[in-house]
Design a protein around this ligand. Structure first.
Ligand code: FAD
Length: 500
């Protein structure tokens, strides 16, 4: 039977597109290689605990927020979650900065923790908030970027307003350029703090982060950050429920191994040899996976070329999954779910020198038995070395030790409270999320102009669409979901259901 659309993958991008199309009456089939939904936003159960596989910080559910609007559009209940006032403690080598959602408290916090440059820092953040407000309005209109068809150009132009045009000078500047305008590049603790935040969102530091992308990232917590009960996988599961209730078909453990086109019909083949036919293919695997799936004759129309694909920079993740009894922290600290550790001002913010520690909250029994907590820790890592077999196990031990030592330095009895611990590497991510080479989190911006070099959700091959963190508008659950929404919009616009 000919499907209206086949979605490959159930990450934030794929599940968003699938749910929107099914809700609008399209006949959709979603194929997922893994046994679990959600890719980098998924979960797994071990030894009486549930662990978030990767993503932990919920965003976009504030009034008017992107995911809140998505659930409204789908007329679906939002999973239980709480908006955080104290979002994160950031442990720098000589001070702790608490990330408050409320702007006034945040201004007071930065002024007291970076006293030396407080006036300049406050002015910098005022600019960050002003610029990102304008950008937010634009992004919400879901124009496909970069545009390639007349209708995409038209939608893009329609989404722009005078205020957005006023941001043109920022297009040619990095965050570092802006910090330099405020005389803040010599303040090492502040710069490290900013770089730590940018690494977790934009995947690079101020020097290479386009200012507009960086400003969105630096303001996002102040729109709202959320603790989602049971982890971000609860959001994916809620989307899958709407999808199924709307008639969408979902098959787990169905890995797609090839995509080919005859006339205007696509055939999608799975590892088990099943063949499905459709008019539209939505690929939620990263763009760098496409070469191993798509028939070679169609490669020439793609935005990236195969030899370049291997070099395209993206981080891997080294993760630790720990089940623990939480009394190593004071109750007021353990009620903050997110903790960023930065051990040294002089080392790169990766490979264990910087990591995010996310802990389930008291009473969230989806995650851990009463009195225990589930912890997911992640640090950025260079993927290449994890594919060297000889050093794999010793490297894993070494990373585990480095991270646990850092936590022990801050919370002295941490290791003695551990019940269960497991590590994940780029090899693990490749195995469970299919991401080629274990590259996660979207591509690393290469400098101030990299926003202009984003990849479009429109693949350039008629009927093939991309969504997820390797295409515009970029990384994280929010960006991935938004790209899925753009794809659903585009398909609905081009191929309306009869009678709709
Ligand atoms: C360690 C870590 C921490 C993170 N922390 C956060 C955070 O706190 N907050 C946040 O918002 N974001 C975070 N992110 C980023 C966020 O998780 C990702 O950007 C987002 O989840 C990616 O979604 P995606 O749509 O690109 O799909 P992916 O997550 O890549 O999922 C794609 C899915 O497609 C499936 N698939 C791929 N190929 C095939 C195939 N051939 N056949 C069938 N199925 C296939 C995969 O199995 C997978 O389930 C984090 C990422 C990592 C790795």
């Amino acid at each position: 039977m000919l499907k209206d659309a086949i979605v490959i993958g159930t990450g934030f991008g794929g599940m968003t597109a699938a749910a929107l199309l099914a809700k609008a009456g399209y006949d959709v089939l979603t194929l997922e290689a893994a046994n679990e939904l959600g890719g980098c936003g998924s979960k797994f159960d071990r030894a009486g605990y549930r662990f978030s596989a990767g993503a932990t910080v919920g965003m976009g559910f504030e009034e008017g927020g992107m995911l809140k609007r998505l659930f409204e559009e789908l007329d679906a209940p939002i999973p239980p979650m709480s908006k955080l006032n104290e979002i994160m403690n950031v442990y720098l080598p000589d001070r702790t900065v608490t990330y408050f959602s409320d702007k006034e408290r945040w201004y007071k916090e930065v002024a007291s923790k970076f006293e030396q440059d407080q006036e300049r820092i406050l002015s910098f953040f005022e600019e960050v908030f002003k610029v990102s407000n304008v950008l937010q309005n634009f992004v919400e209109k879901r124009a496909i970027f970069p545009p390639s068809t007349a209708s995409e150009y038209f939608h893009l132009l329609k989404s722009m307003d005078v205020k957005l045009l006023g941001l043109a000078p920022y297009l040619t500047q990095s965050v570092q350029d802006r910090l330099s305008k405020y005389g803040l590049t010599k303040n090492k603790p502040f710069l490290t703090f900013i770089n730590g935040q940018l690494m977790d969102s934009v995947q690079t530091t101020a020097t290479f982060s386009p200012s507009l992308l960086g400003y969105m990232a630096l303001s996002i917590f102040h729109n709202g950050a959320f603790y989602v009960e049971g982890g971000l996988a609860s959001i994916i599961h809620a989307l899958s429920e709407v999808y199924r209730a709307s008639g969408g078909e979902l098959r787990l453990r169905h890995k797609v191994v090839s995509i080919a086109k005859q006339g205007d019909v696509w055939t999608v083949m799975t590892k088990r040899g099943q063949v499905f036919r459709t008019k539209q293919v939505i690929m939620n695997a990263p763009i760098h996976n496409v070469f191993s799936l798509l028939e070679p004759e169609l490669h020439r129309n793609l935005p990236i070329k195969e030899p370049k694909e291997k070099e395209k920079d993206a981080w891997g993740a080294f993760t630790l999954y720990i089940g623990a009894e939480p009394s190593f922290m004071m109750p007021e600290t353990s009620s903050i779910p997110f903790h960023q550790f930065i051990s040294s001002y002089d080392s790169p913010l990766s490979e264990g020198n910087q990591f995010l520690f996310s802990m389930s909250q008291e009473g969230d029994t989806r995650f851990a038995p009463t009195g225990k907590r589930s912890i997911t820790i992640s640090t950025h890592t260079n993927v290449g070395k994890w594919w060297e077999r000889e050093s794999y196990e010793s490297r894993k031990e070494e990373y585990m030790e480095t991270i646990i030592d850092s936590i022990d330095k801050r919370f002295s009895s941490f290791s003695s409270h551990i019940d269960v611990k497991m590590a994940g590497t780029p090899v693990t991510f490749k195995r469970y999320t299919q991401r080629a080479y274990g590259k996660v989190g979207g591509y690393i911006p290469s400098g101030k102009y990299s926003l202009l070099k984003s990849y479009s959700p429109n693949s350039g091959v008629e009927g093939l669409w991309f969504c997820g963190d390797t295409v515009f508008p970029g990384a994280g659950s929010l960006g991935s979901s938004l790209s899925g929404w753009m794809v659903a919009d585009a398909i609905k616009g081009k191929h309306p259901r009869q009678g709709m």
